[in-house]
Design a protein. Structure first.
Lengths: 111, 240
């Protein structure tokens, strides 16, 4: 077993290490995701499509709590229109900033 | 001197022959009950030492036993003869599998029953499962998880239980993209393969023969995926 897994090379080892790092932060990542989800619902009334855990490409390599936020679908004309609105984007950014602060108070400072 | 020497030699040979014959006769009822002609056993013996002779007789008995066993086995396999003409598509040559597609309502995957040919190699069964996934669901409440334009270019298994599924470029080009859609595509493949074929422990998805960074910018493809049935709605009654 070891050999066949080993010969797949350095790339695979890196991914295994990232996976280990990410699973150590899994609880914190989902706590952060929940805070962001709640705040976005409150600030801009985004429909809750739930929190999903999966190996997202853009989060690979992060050795810290990491989440991917999908705020709108650009393929949806109504949502595309809202994304062009500066005030909407300000509210989105503000809600995300508030979430990170709340997460920091709750999890990072108490470490 | 010479005569004495010869007679001693003859006497010894005769004594050895007699001893061997006795050994051979003692062995016969147990080891070789199929009536070996007496002359045959006698002829073979004088050239052998007692130990070798005993081994020879034992070997003959064992050989007979093996031959009997082989005959019996041949009869056993021959007896349940097929009643009709052999058919590749007959029911005994098929097996049922559960394929996981996207549910029309919600984010879960839902199972659908499908028959595949019971080919002897795991890789061949795995290929059929992937082709059936590309063909899409028959249940109206389920949605496809792979673009129908996709072709399966190859499927290989390594000794550690990893299945390498090589899909054509269309799996990316005709894919809508998005986190939910990519999760559905990947776990429809991974769960359908691992659920039906326990020999497959992990799945690596290749595109056009290459390792890619991601499927369509969301889900990582540089890794082996393991089964994740938490996104499968197993309570759903599988459609045919």
């Amino acid at each position: 077993v070891g050999l066949d897994e080993g010969v797949q090379g350095k790339g695979n080892l890196e991914i295994i290490l990232w996976d280990l790092a990410q699973s150590a932060f899994l609880k914190e990542s989902s706590a952060l995701a929940e805070i962001v989800q709640d705040n976005l619902n409150e600030a801009v009334g985004i429909g809750n499509r739930g929190i999903k855990q999966a190996p997202f490409r853009v989060l690979m390599g992060a050795t810290m709590p990491a989440i991917l936020i999908e705020v709108a679908f650009i393929s949806n004309p109504e949502e595309e229109r809202r994304l062009r609105d500066a005030a909407f984007k300000d509210r989105l950014a503000g809600a995300i900033l508030e979430s990170v602060k709340r997460f920091q108070d709750k999890y990072v400072r108490s470490r | 001197m010479a005569i004495t020497k010869d007679s001693i030699l003859l006497g010894t040979v005769a004594a050895v022959c007699a001893a061997l014959l006795i050994v051979a006769l003692m062995m016969r009822p147990e080891r070789a009950p199929e009536a070996v002609p007496e002359g045959e056993a006698g002829e073979a013996l004088p050239s052998e030492t007692p130990d070798e002779a005993a081994a020879f007789v034992t070997g003959e008995g064992a050989a007979g036993g093996v031959a009997d066993g082989a005959e019996g086995a041949a009869e056993a396999t021959a007896s349940p003869a097929p009643t009709g003409p052999p058919s590749f598509t007959s029911e005994p040559n098929r097996r049922e599998v559960l394929l996981f597609f996207q549910e029309a309502e919600g984010d879960s995957l839902g199972p659908e029953r499908r028959k595949i040919f019971l080919t002897s190699s795991v890789a061949d069964q795995a290929k059929q499962i992937v082709v059936e996934l590309i063909n899409g669901p028959q249940d109206a409440d389920l949605l496809p998880t792979l673009p129908p334009e996709t072709r399966l270019l190859g499927l290989y298994l390594d000794r550690a239980g990893t299945a390498f599924v090589d899909l054509s470029q269309e799996v990316v080009d005709y894919h809508p993209g998005g986190t939910e859609e990519e999760i559905a595509t990947i776990f429809s493949l991974v769960d359908s393969l691992t659920y039906n074929l326990p020999e497959i422990q992990r799945v690596r998805i290749l595109v056009a023969g290459e390792e890619r960074d991601s499927l369509k910018d969301h889900l990582d493809l540089r890794r082996d995926y393991r089964q994740n049935l938490s996104i499968v709605d197993m309570d759903r009654r599988p459609g045919q």
